[in-house]
Design a protein around this ligand. Structure first.
Ligand code: AMP
Ligand code: MG
Length: 405
């Protein structure tokens, strides 16, 4: 039984980012991982522009301006946003300007309109502005050709806005990993089949397909494969040859019908992990093939999800080219209930992580914490972790909690 941390390291050391990349347009880049650093040929702001509604002026004309001795300037033009200025400012001249308007040549400051008084074609200024005030200088937020976004970054709404603003129209991203998913078990049926005594509906395939999709990978659901050597072997061979990752559930325990590990070996897979000191999820199996990684997750619904969140998700992020935030972000929380651990295996208990009065609190899900009980997983958003060697964490004590994405 490998400690959880060792299993995590081993998996992350093995899995390498996909090498294939593709160019995508701005419309298709959300959720994708940048394959090369992005830069732009534009400065940002594109020009010196005004951050306020007011008047563009030359600060040196106004060094003496005060409430008692206001200075009058001639207004030579009006510059709304989107209209370039036409007149360079000469001595004692100003331009009416609005937020986003481009500063005319010669102007180096903005006087906000609240500090002025308009008198026909003139404006009285009651204070001496500092040079550069309320001016957004060309290139002060970003200079053309400098690094804009690093590779390995997943494009979310802010990055999308940046790429759009900087007219990055074609972006190189990593190809999305193809992830085959199947469930193994003679007892399994699909939700629309009639349930016979002893049968169980395959729920794992639904949850895992959704999790894989949510990570930006391409799920390839292969359905239910019976616990039969030949059927399993051909399904696995087909899956590893046509995808980057395979995730199966069931058939990795020590039961008489648990064939997967043996088949992986027969197909030339290198088994790196076949049991981890985690509860739930002990029979987790991880194998490497030349162009594919195989995760055999236990069949119990909670075990399958916990091992996905803890091990598969970081690996899939790395495979996708992501370089940051691969591992879970554990937080310290006060548990509202007593938590019981297994002692020998790192124990994961599901519940709700909340912030109350500025403090993280963990509320344990009610009902059974059997790995076969998926019912009380509803509305949970975190897993409390009881380390090896500990069997009890009392209520109000601190526990490490892993938020579930
Ligand atoms: P196994 O890992 O194959 O020994 O399965 C452990 C338990 O999980 C058994 O009770 C199975 O019936 C159940 N199980 C296996 N696969 C699934 C699945 N795809 N969906 C829901 N439960 C499953
Ligand atoms: Mg089984």
């Amino acid at each position: 039984m490998l400690p959880v941390k060792d299993a995590e390291n081993l998996i992350l050391n093995h899995v390498q980012p996909l090498t294939e990349t593709e160019p995508v347009s701005l419309d298709a880049v959300a959720g994708r991982v940048l394959a090369t650093p992005v830069s732009s040929s534009l400065d940002y702001p594109h020009d010196d522009n005004s951050a306020m509604d007011g008047y563009a002026a030359r600060s040196r004309d106004l060094t003496e301006a005060s409430p008692e001795q206001p200075v009058s300037l001639d207004i030579v033009e009006e510059i709304p946003a989107g209209v370039p200025p036409r007149h360079p400012l000469k001595t004692k001249q100003a331009a009416r300007i609005f937020t986003g308007g481009v500063l005319p040549i010669g102007a180096d400051t903005i006087i906000i309109q609240e500090e002025t008084q308009r008198e026909g074609d003139q404006v009285k200024v009651f204070s001496s502005p500092t040079p550069g005030q309320f001016v957004r200088k060309k290139g002060s937020f970003y200079q053309a050709q400098q690094p804009l976004l690093p590779s390995g970054l997943t494009v979310g709404a802010p990055e999308l806005a940046i790429l759009a603003a900087m007219q990055c129209r074609e972006i190189s991203v990593y190809c999305r990993p193809r992830v085959s998913i199947f469930s193994s078990g003679n007892e399994l049926i699909t939700p629309d089949q009639t349930l016979q005594r002893g049968q169980l509906v395959d729920s794992n395939q639904y949850a895992l397909t959704e999790l894989v999709k949510a990570q930006g990978a391409i799920p390839i659901p292969l359905g239910i494969i019976p616990d039969e050597r030949d059927a399993l072997k051909s399904a696995i061979a087909q899956a590893i040859s046509s995808s980057d990752f395979v995730i199966s559930t069931g058939g990795v325990s020590v039961g008489d019908y648990d064939y997967i590990e043996q088949i992986l070996k027969e197909l030339g897979g290198e088994i790196h992990i076949n049991s981890v000191a985690i509860k739930p999820g002990k029979p987790l199996t991880f194998a490497a093939f030349p162009n594919c990684y195989y995760f055999g997750l236990p069949g119990n619904p909670v075990s399958a999800l916990v091992t996905f969140w803890r091990f598969v998700s970081p690996a899939l992020k790395k495979l996708s080219g992501q370089t940051n935030n691969l591992q879970p972000n554990f937080v310290k929380a006060k548990t509202e209930q007593k938590l019981q651990g297994n002692g020998k295996r790192e124990t994961y208990l599901w519940g709700q992580l909340k912030i109350i009065a500025g403090e993280y609190k963990f509320h344990l899900a009610g009902g059974s914490h059997s790995s076969g009980n998926l019912i009380n997983l509803a509305q949970t958003n975190a897993l409390a972790v009881i380390p090896v060697g500990e069997t009890v964490i009392s209520a109000q004590e601190t526990v490490a909690v892993m938020p579930i994405e």
